[in-house]
Each structure stands twice: as structure tokens, then as C-alpha cells.
Ligand binder design. Structure first.
Ligand code: AHR
Length: 654
């Protein structure tokens, strides 16, 4: 009885709170005419090798320092017995290798063991392809997958032998099957017998990679990108484009051709781990520009490469001498032109031939290029200008993307936008990692942008909770709310990419991120689901959507609501983010229908979480996912109630 009373009271309290907190909102959907087209490039991917996104992440090789070319040749390896580090190997840009020698005694061994990236993840019953370049006069190698935590003979999980019977450098391969699932395996390569063997470029890839490519990408991570239905793919960053210094900037020419000869590069994020005493973050360039273009092709999205403009990371370099003087930029400009040739040039051009030799004679059909990442100050337009001149001359059809600096507003931003207009770039990249308050205040951000100027590329954004700098549902809800403004302004905002993309749970230096993983599992964050919902319900044209004649932007008096609408053939998608802690009842009223016509409710997707601070985790990857709810109705107006703190997509048919 007490329980019953309590339930009735609670229900009554809820009813009271509904009627007290919100008036029914009438949203007018204007079907009279279709608005601006939603660009096919909308909602994309920003990839940067931060948080072990490439090596140790998307790139499938599990061996760290596979070519012994980190500054300390044995970083990542434990060596035992008698061996020498040599530097006259077969790959001139990665010259180091090891020579494993007989210890001189039957019971003493020589070998090396690789720790991988926080271990190596193996899955029971799955095949792993080991490969090594080696030479010897008849020596032998034993290859083992070992359980790093086991102290007994059970530590050897799988084993095989390779006879190295050529004195010339030759690639040898061996497939091993994992008998167990384990997150932290190691790879051991040991000399058998008394004949020395030289080893170089040691790799271990899962056999089951994305689309089955040999030496390819980690399948679950590539799948998580594919499932986003991206329209554009920005690569390779981020600050990594600029480098800690110019020497360590991302050099695309080092990222193509045979992987064995792609020189190791120090990562821009190498020194940024608060908890690591010995940084060891280098890039193998294994996931390079060819693999990037290939992945864009797999996904059916537009590639958006970013190149250095000759300015090293300005956060890390105050001294002007760290940057290239404007009159010495020619090699950098040539790099940009050559990249377009690599993507689009005929097979008889220098760089088109490199692409063809890698297996892709057809062009990749590149349409745009960004020059510089988060640059600022007068030096940026000064550096950008010669690029614009050269690119316009050689490739007038290529769109150029400039930047507005690292901030979403303020002096640098206000200075750079007009400069970008003067230079006539096609799009301007804007970045905003901002707290809740900012996202709540920016629903109308693009409503007043110049319709005749360059278009907007919202190139890096994420809600960084105030004091809550981790992934959580509320941050993703505010991103969804903000994105209604991107959608409504489709005539101005042509591309948008959340950032950063990937993070290894044991090797991150920046959060929140879109997708997290360990060596076996991955999890799609709440922000990932928001991005996916926008892509899935992208539509073709914007539709007018107003409340009392005004766009719904979370403005004062709008009850925490943000909304936008698009049409997709006969379908209408209305996105509503309710950021308030009260429900809101909405009457969708469809204007412009013929007298006899009605609109039908088709379905409704609701994204909400009982705990706004929670997110999906590796142990509960689908704890907070969008759900479909029953949605029935027909007429010139249809009513629905949205939950407190929820993102909703209403699908109607006309
Ligand atoms: O996304 C992480 C970093 O944020 C990017 O490298 C940089 O462009 C921005 O400062």
C-alpha cells in the first residue's frame, strides 16, 4: 500500500513537473521549398597519430621498432645472448639490423623478444603472419609467441622455425595460430644452432585484417570508421603535420613506397605523456599516404590531406628561426604539388608512377588540400600565399583549405578569417575543444556567417566537460545540439570532423576521443554514436524549421532545445536535442502541404542515458546506444514528447 502511494505520488510529481516546466513547443517544418544541399563531405573523420592511433592502433603490425631504427636500436626489444647491431642493411632509409650469433655453448641462447605496443593482442584460433628479412649461410630461427605473464613452459603459445638458406637478404614468412586469447603476448625470435643469422624488419600482423589485405589494418578499428559512413577523411593531423620541429614534421614522401624503406619518424606527441619516463613514440609510417587514399576509396569518402606550410608547431616553437623563411618555401610547395601528383597524376609522372608501383594505377581523384594546421600570426598568411599561388596555377580545380588558428574566437581568429578571405581560400578550418557552456551558446554560430566568403570546415571539435575531461554522454549530447547549427547552415558549413579519433587505453595523452581500444577490444563512445546518427540521417537538403519564426538554437526561452531538419527524397528527418533536465512536448507542424496531403510518422530514434556522466566502456561497449521507439501519427501536425537530456531523430514521410 505504501509502495502504491509512493508510486502515485511520484507519478503525480512527474506530471506536475512536465506541465510546470515546459509549454508545448510548435516547430514549423517548411516543406514549401528545399533549402541548401547538405554537402556529401559532411560528417567525416579526422585522423592523427596521437594516443597510439597508427602504430599500436589502426595499423596492424604488432611489433614496435620493427626495423631497429629507433634512436636506440633495441627500444621495444629485450635482447639476450650474443648479438650485434649493424647499420649497413638492405633498406637505405632504415639501415639498422641485428646479427644473431652463436653463444658458444649448447645451453646458452641468443635472441630478441619484442614487447609490442603494451603487449600484443592474440585471439584464440586466429592466424598471425610473422615475417622477417634475413640472410645467413644456412642458419635457423625459432619464432615464438609467448605469454609475457607466464613463468613456466606454458609461456610458449605457438612456435615455428625458419631455415634461412640464402646469403642474400630475403623475406621469410611463417603463420602461427594463437591457442588462447591474450592481451599481452610477446614475440620471440631466437637463433637455433651455431650459424649466425642477420634479421631486419620483423613484423607480426593478424591474418584477418580489414578487407583481408596482407600487412593491413586492424579490422575492428577500420570497421568502426566505416560504420561512421564518413563523407571526408582528414589526414595526417593535427599538430603532427607541423612536427615538434620541422625535422619531425609529417613528411608524406617518407610514407609511401615499400614499408621497409619508410624511415622511422619521431612522433610530435613523443614527449607529451605525463606518466612515461622514457618516451618511445615513433611512427613507422606503415599507415601512410597510400594506405590513407586506399581507405578513403574503401569508405567512398573524399580524402583531405593536410601538408606543412613550413611552420613548425607554434605551441612548441616561439623562436622564428624554428620555421622556414618565406623565400625558402619552395621545397615545401613542391611537396604539396607532388602529393597531388601522387594522388592524381598519370602513371608516367614521377609520383603517379610511385602510386602505380604500389598497386593503384588509377588516380585517387583528390579534390582538396589543406595547407597548415593550427597556425597563427602574420607568418601564416605570409607562408600560405606562395602555396595558394602555386596550387592555383598548377591545379586550379583543387580546393584549398586555410586555417583560423587554434581558437574558436578571439584575436587570432578575428585576424585570420579576413586574411583567408583575402587569399581566396575555398574553406577555412576552425577548431574548438570547448566546455559545456560554449557548446550551449553556439547553436546559432553559423547563422550570421558571410554567405559569399570561404566555406567552413569545422575541422576539430569536441565538448571538453568543465572538470570532466573524459568521454561522457552529456558531452556527446551537447555536440549533437551544436551540430544542428552545422546542419542548418549547410550552405556555409561544408565539412565537419570530431577530434581526436582514436585512443589506446594504455597509451593516450589526449581525451576525450571518439574510439577507445586495448589490444583486443574497442569501444565506440557516445560521441561516436552522435556522429554516426548525423551521417545516417544526413539527408539531401536543409528544410526550414522554426519556433515562433526563429531557428531553434537553444536561445534564451527555447527550453534547452536545439533542432534542425533535412529532407531525403520523400523522407523528412528532424533532429532535436533536448539539453534541459525536463521533458519537452513538441508539435511538428508541416507547412506547404497540399490540402489533401498528410505527413506520416515513420520512426523515432532516441539517444539518452540515465547517467549523463557515463559512457560506453570496453567491458560494456553497448551500454549507451541509440534506440528506436514507437512513433505513430499522421496529419498536418504530429506531436511527440522528448525526454530530458536526449537527442532525437524523428523520421516522417510525406
Ligand atoms: O586533436 C589533438 C590536437 O589538437 C591536434 O593535433 C591539434 O591540431 C589540436 O591542437
Amino acid at each position: 500500500m505504501y509502495m502504491l502511494k509512493k508510486t502515485i505520488l511520484t507519478a503525480a510529481a512527474l506530471l506536475v513537473s512536465v506541465s510546470v516546466t515546459g509549454q508545448t513547443v510548435r516547430m514549423d517544418v517548411n516543406l514549401k521549398k528545399a533549402g541548401a544541399p547538405v554537402q556529401p563531405t559532411m560528417y567525416g573523420i579526422f585522423f592523427e597519430d596521437i594516443n597510439y592511433a597508427a602504430d599500436g592502433g589502426l595499423y596492424g603490425d604488432m611489433v614496435k621498432n620493427r626495423s631497429f631504427d629507433f634512436p636506440y636500436a633495441l627500444t621495444g626489444w629485450t635482447a639476450y645472448g650474443k648479438l650485434q647491431v649493424m647499420d649497413d642493411g638492405p633498406f637505405e632509409r632504415n639501415p639498422h639490423y641485428l646479427r644473431l650469433n652463436w653463444s658458444g655453448h649448447r645451453d646458452k641462447f641468443t635472441g630478441v623478444e619484442n614487447e609490442g605496443f603494451f603487449g600484443m593482442g592474440l585471439k584464440k584460433g586466429e592466424g598471425y603472419v610473422f615475417s622477417v628479412w634475413a640472410r645467413s649461410d644456412g642458419g635457423k630461427l625459432r619464432v615464438e609467441l609467448v605469454d609475457n605473464d607466464s613463468m613456466t613452459e606454458t609461456q610458449i603459445l605457438a612456435q615455428g622455425e625458419i631455415s634461412v638458406n640464402s646469403k642474400e637478404w630475403t623475406k621469410y614468412k611463417l603463420e602461427l595460430t594463437a591457442p588462447v586469447t591474450i592481451e599481452d603476448a610477446h614475440l620471440r625470435v631466437e637463433l637455433v644452432g651455431n650459424v649466425s643469422v642477420a634479421i631486419e624488419h620483423v613484423s607480426l600482423f593478424p591474418k584477418d585484417t580489414w578487407t583481408g589485405r596482407e600487412g593491413g589494418l586492424r579490422k575492428d578499428l577500420a570497421q568502426a570508421l566505416y560504420d561512421l559512413h564518413p563523407g571526408v577523411f582528414r589526414f595526417p593531423g593535427g599538430c603532427i603535420v607541423e612536427g615538434t620541429d620541422l625535422e619531425t614534421r609529417y613528411n608524406w614522401k617518407n610514407s609511401v613506397g615499400p614499408v621497409e624503406n619508410r624511415p622511422v619518424n619521431e612522433n610530435r606527441w613523443h614527449y607529451t605523456f605525463g606518466y612515461k619516463l622514457f618516451p618511445d613514440y615513433f611512427t613507422s609510417y606503415g599507415f601512410g599516404f597510400y594506405e590513407f587514399f586506399q581507405l578513403c576509396e574503401d569508405f567512398g569518402c573524399e580524402p583531405l590531406p593536410v601538408v606543412s606550410c613550413g611552420l613548425a608547431c607554434q605551441f612548441q616553437n616561439d623562436d622564428p628561426s624554428a620555421h622556414v623563411p618565406v623565400d625558402e618555401l619552395q621545397p615545401y610547395i613542391q611537396d604539396a604539388l607532388d602529393l597531388i601528383e601522387f594522388a592524381n597524376g598519370g602513371v608516367n609522372t614521377t609520383w603517379g608512377r610511385v602510386r602505380a608501383e604500389m598497386g593503384h594505377p588509377e588516380p585517387f581523384n583528390l579534390k582538396m588540400l589543406a595547407v597548415g594546421n593550427e597556425q597563427w600570426g602574420e607568418e601564416y598568411p605570409a607562408h600560405l600565399k606562395p602555396f595558394v599561388d602555386a596550387l592555383r596555377k598548377a591545379y586550379p580545380q583543387i580546393k584549398i583549405i586555410g586555417t583560423s588558428g587554434p581558437n574558436s574566437e578571439g584575436d587570432q581568429f578575428d585576424y585570420l578569417w579576413p586574411e583567408m578571405k583575402k587569399l581566396g581560400v575555398d574553406l577555412v578550418d576552425e577548431h574548438f575543444y570547448r566546455p559545456e557552456k560554449w557548446f550551449l551558446s553556439q547553436g546559432a554560430r553559423y547563422d550570421s556567417y558571410d554567405r559569399k566568403g570561404p566555406k567552413v570546415f569545422a575541422g576539430e571539435y569536441a565538448c571538453h566537460g568543465d572538470g570532466k575531461k573524459w568521454n561522457h554522454f552529456n558531452a556527446s549530447l551537447l555536440e549533437a545540439a551544436f551540430m544542428t547549427g552545422l546542419e542548418r547552415n549547410a550552405d556555409v558549413v561544408h565539412m565537419a570532423t570530431y577530434a581526436p579519433l582514436f585512443a589506446h587505453v594504455r597509451g593516450w595523452q589526449w581525451r576525450p576521443d571518439l574510439i577507445w581500444y586495448d589490444n583486443l577490444r574497442s569501444v565506440r563512445s557516445c560521441s561516436w554514436y552522435v556522429q554516426q546518427l548525423y551521417s545516417q540521417y544526413k539527408g539531401q537538403n536543409v528544410l526550414g524549421l522554426t519556433w515562433d519564426g526563429k531557428p531553434i538554437t537553444g536561445a534564451d526561452g527555447q527550453q534547452g532545445l536545439f533542432a534542425s531538419a533535412v529532407q531525403d527524397g520523400n523522407l523528412i528527418y528532424v533532429k532535436v536535442a533536448n539539453t534541459s533536465s525536463s521533458p519537452n512536448t513538441i508539435e511538428f507542424s508541416f507547412n506547404g502541404l497540399k490540402k489533401a496531403d498528410v505527413v506520416k510518422a515513420v520512426k523515432r530514434i532516441v539517444y539518452t542515458s540515465p547517467d549523463p556522466d557515463a559512457d560506453n566502456t570496453l567491458d560494456a561497449p553497448e551500454a549507451i546506444v541509440p534506440r528506436q521507439r514507437i512513433f505513430i501519427g499522421e496529419g498536418k501536425a504530429i506531436t511527440a514528447t522528448v525526454d530530458p537530456m536526449s537527442f532525437n531523430i524523428f523520421v516522417f514521410e510525406r
